[in-house]
Design a binder for this molecule. Structure first.
Ligand code: ASP
Ligand code: MG
Length: 401
């Protein structure tokens, strides 16, 4: 089997940890696998390099930043190759350029255009473990580029796709994806498998493990992702196509997002184009609107409620100034939480939503807004009840079992 493994910054944090990674790689190699290993810089290293640059200027030249930041991953790649050789394993490290990772020319936020796999396949055929510096590539202009923060996962997923690897294993200090945040609910359980779409919807929980960008790419390239810890021997969570999951739970997880604020516009002029105008201008200002609820118009007036990231409240206030004459009043509420239940099994089951509503009602928790998709039900409630709501939903769908 050809396996792509990726080790994050904490897993590569110092020489002792790199030795641990080398031993894990050696074990996978001894089992007869071909291995491409993508590495992150040591944890904290990228931030450290950024702070050096910023001691000269707040906005350093992005081409120079790519030269600077790409070095962090080259250090760990070379050290891992050296550690592997010390264990008697034939290993070689490659920079993004060496690995044939070709990107566009957007320095510090480059996108992978394609991967020329010739060299990697040649080295694998010669029996090498190929260690690739993550987070970087070479632009179509021949310059070093980086892929944006957290980008070494993307390197790994893109390589797994291009090499047609059996699996892309992402190792970090988190041992998998849970039914909810284990810090909130002690009974949270690690999932064996979860579909790409559920993982994307649970983003607020999974974000610390995997960027949505990486999950989207894995889905597009049909790459199986395994999220596991490099500090334990536990199995981790497999993120894969829905069709690969035989037993589909109705609800797979409960997510909590406390970073939203609610905006309520009342007595909005009920005319064609008003929503287009308001949300168009918010979009032009890069304000990411999440839930939107509009009530039925009466006497030419309607109410529109929506949520935005808390960090965008003052910008939204500025933008909405321009619409003052189109509505009666406006209210901002920072003290809200969004709880969501996610599961592919919802598509084929009825009563999933009413179970959630009843559970919250029994605890006297008021729901301010509701939105649904095929595999998700989200509710906006008062932030004060967030913890209780998550516990309640987790137990009513028996996720601890
Ligand atoms: N070292 C880079 C960062 O800290 C890339 C990565 O770790 O994935 O953002
Ligand atoms: Mg990282």
């Amino acid at each position: 089997m050809l396996i792509v493994q990726k080790y994050g910054g904490t897993s590569m944090g110092d020489c002792e940890r790199i030795r641990n990674v080398a031993q894990r790689v050696a074990k996978a190699k001894a089992q007869g696998n071909n291995l491409v290993v993508v590495v992150s810089a040591m944890s904290g290293e990228t931030d450290r390099l950024i702070s050096f640059a910023q001691s000269f200027t707040p906005l350093p030249n992005t081409k120079e930043m790519d030269m600077l930041l790409s070095s962090g991953e080259r250090i760990t790649a070379a050290l891992l190759a050296i550690a592997l050789e010390s264990l008697g394993i034939k290993a070689i490290s490659l920079s993004g350029r060496g690995a044939g990772i070709i990107t566009d020319t957007f320095h510090t936020k480059a996108r992978i255009a394609y991967i020329d796999t010739t060299k990697i396949f040649q080295l694998l055929n010669e029996g090498y473990v190929v260690v690739v510096a993550g987070f970087q590539g070479i632009s179509t202009d021949g310059e070093v580029t980086t892929l944006g923060r957290g980008g070494s996962d993307l390197s790994a997923v893109a390589l797994a796709g291009a090499l047609n690897a059996t699996c892309c294993e992402i190792y970090s200090d988190v041992d998998g994806i849970y039914t909810t945040d284990p810090r909130l609910v002690k009974q949270a359980k690690k999932l064996d498998k979860i579909s790409y779409d559920e993982m994307l919807e649970l983003a607020s929980m999974g974000a610390k493990v995997l960027l949505n960008r990486s999950v989207e790419l894995a889905k597009k390239l049909n790459v199986k992702l395994l999220c596991a810890s490099s500090f334990t021997q536990d199995k981790g969570t497999l993120i894969t196509k829905e069709e690969d999951i035989m037993e589909k739970p109705i609800v797979s997880g409960v997510a909590l997002d406390k970073n939203q604020a609610r905006v309520s516009l009342s007595d909005v002029q009920d005319r064609p184009g008003i929503a287009a105008d308001i949300f168009g201008l918010l979009a032009d200002n890069n304000i990411n609107v999440d839930m939107i609820v509009q009530t039925i118009g009466r006497d030419g007036r309607t109410d529109i409620d929506f949520t935005i990231p808390k960090t965008e409240v003052s910008l939204t206030q500025q933008v909405l100034e321009g619409f003052k004459n189109d509505f009666g009043s406006i209210e901002y509420d920072n003290n809200i939480a969004k709880v969501s239940i996610v599961g592919v099994g919802m598509k084929s089951h009825t009563g999933v939503a009413s179970t959630a509503f009843k559970a919250l009602a029994l605890d006297n928790i008021n729901i301010m807004m509701i939105s649904t998709s095929e595999i998700k039900i989200s509710m906006i409630i008062n932030a004060e009840f967030a913890q209780k709501a998550v516990e309640k939903l987790h137990s009513v769908y028996k996720l601890e079992q």
